[in-house]
Design a protein around this ligand. Structure first.
Ligand SMILES: Cc1cc2nc3c(=O)[nH]c(=O)nc-3n(C[C@H](O)[C@H](O)[C@H](O)COP(=O)(O)OP(=O)(O)OC[C@H]3O[C@@H](n4cnc5c(N)ncnc54)[C@H](O)[C@@H]3O)c2cc1C
Length: 421
């Protein structure tokens, strides 16, 4: 039997792998094969809350968010893709400042009424009338971002799969784990899957929380931690709640941030979130307790009941996921440190749905043109570029971690040196 082959093999069919398959096929003439060991979207993506919102943690996230938001709008316009625009709400409690002053991100990246930054200030009365389950104690007002909302992650992956297949250059193999990576010198030559070998020119690791395990198959190391994340659900329909925006609280649950958003059907979802790798959360994604800790829904309930009035709602065990984090909270999007035709797009932690399209465009730049910067003049309407070379896999070993400052150290250095960007 002749060995099958592809120009690019993608390992992982979550939102990152599938959107990269589409982007690579759209931008180039490459033959792409994607393998998922289960079904597409059955990893982190399937457990995601799917919120498309601001992730203002440095300019890289801001840029990637703009690209993601732009893509979702395009998919809505051109393919009737579903988006539920229930917004994001930031409640201001005493002694905060209401209305809050404009922030630096908005000044730099905000646009008109269609922008993801567009917002309206709701005074206390307005806010409590609109969202009567918010406990009025200490509330000064709120800021609602009405263009934000959520999508169905399965629908998004399915749409990308359809668009990728339509190009005629992409094959998707489900239930096909990659089990071995064969190398010759500094190159990967063959992927051995459950259904036989594939000769490959380039390989993209889009394995989400499995990313380090996939790298290990090729003998490489990746500074990526799979972290266990719990979600619980409140029966808010029992209190007449029909739609609720994404919100958070000024308090954590056992030291961990917890977001909340309304779900279709009148429930509320609550989930853990941390940007960076935290001790005590790392698990093996193939062997993780998928049942929430029995006390978790009670812990969320205790905190939320102090801020919200939901007397009849019951807090239930939801589901448990794993996402991949890094030490500095930024993704890894780069060529492997050892193997010249091996690339990684992992470590999206709690932001992968929003930033997926930006990541896929970075991947296309990297694999198709060996580039490390992206043109942002489309979403920004002015000449500006995203330099994503700082997301390289080697930064951890070099001790060059990124931070959540608005300007990355690299861009501050370049502007000081008069290099632009
Ligand atoms: C509870 C929760 C809520 C979230 N909410 C949001 C949100 O509101 N907004 C947002 O932007 N982001 C959110 N996220 C984050 C987002 O869901 C993730 O960043 C994103 O889904 C990661 O996608 P991925 O494609 O990198 O990984 P995955 O979806 O995990 O895909 C990796 C795939 O690789 C496959 N695979 C692994 N090993 C192999 C192998 N050896 N061979 C073949 N295939 C393999 C797996 O089967 C899997 O399908 C949330 C995450 C969680 C857990």
């Amino acid at each position: 039997m002749a060995q099958r082959g592809a120009d690019v093999a993608i390992i992982g069919g979550g939102i990152i792998g599938m959107s990269c398959a589409y982007e690579l096929a759209r931008q180039g003439g490459a033959h792409v094969v994607l393998f998922d060991k289960q079904n597409p979207a059955s990893g982190t993506t399937g457990g995601s809350a799917g919120v498309i919102c601001l992730h203002d943690m440095g300019e890289i996230y801001a840029y990637l968010t703009l690209l993601g938001f732009e893509r979702i709008q395009r998919l809505r316009r051109e393919h009737g893709f579903g988006f539920t625009p229930w917004g994001s709400l930031s409640v201001v409690y005493d002694p905060g400042e209401f209305p809050p002053p404009p922030d630096e991100y908005e000044l730099r990246f905000g646009g008109g009424p269609e922008s993801i930054y567009h917002h309206v200030a709701l005074d206390r009365e307005d806010l409590l009338r609109r969202y009567p389950w918010i406990n009025p104690d200490g509330v000064l007002g709120g800021v609602l971002y009405p263009n934000q909302g959520f999508i169905d992650p399965y629908e998004l992956v399915e749409l990308y799969e359809g668009l990728a297949l339509e190009t005629g250059r992409v094959e998707v193999h489900r239930n096909t784990p990659v089990l071995q990576v064969r190398t010759d010198g500094d190159r990967i030559t063959t992927l051995v899957t459950r259904r036989g070998p594939w000769a490959v020119e380039k390989v993209l690791n889009a394995g989400g929380p499995w990313g380090a395990k996939i790298a290990a198959l090729a003998g490489s190391e990746l500074d990526l931690a799979p972290q266990r994340i719990q979600v619980c659900v409140a029966t808010a329909f029992d209190d007449g709640v029909e739609e609720a925006p994404l919100t958070g609280l000024p308090e954590s649950v056992d030291g961990e941030g917890v977001w909340c958003r309304g779900e279709l059907g009148g429930t509320l979802l609550f989930g853990q979130h941390h940007h960076t790798t935290r001790p005590g959360f790392t698990v093996d994604p193939d062997c993780v307790n998928r049942v929430n800790d029995p006390e978790y829904p009670r812990a969320v309930e205790r905190v939320y009941r102090r801020y919200w009035h939901l007397p009849r709602s019951v807090f239930l065990n939801g589901w448990c996921c794993v996402y991949g984090t890094t030490e500095d909270g930024f993704p890894i999007v780069s060529r492997d440190a050892r193997l010249s035709n091996f690339y990684h797009a992992v470590g999206m932690n709690g932001h992968g749905m929003t930033i997926h399209a930006g990541i896929a465009q970075c991947v296309a730049e990297l694999l198709l043109r060996d580039g490390t910067s992206l043109d942002l003049s489309g979403p920004l309407g002015r000449p500006e570029r995203l330099d994503f070379s700082v997301l390289d896999a080697g930064r951890f070993a070099r001790g060059e971690l990124l931070d959540f400052e608005l300007r990355t150290r690299e861009s501050a250095r370049r502007s000081q040196a008069g290099e632009g960007g």
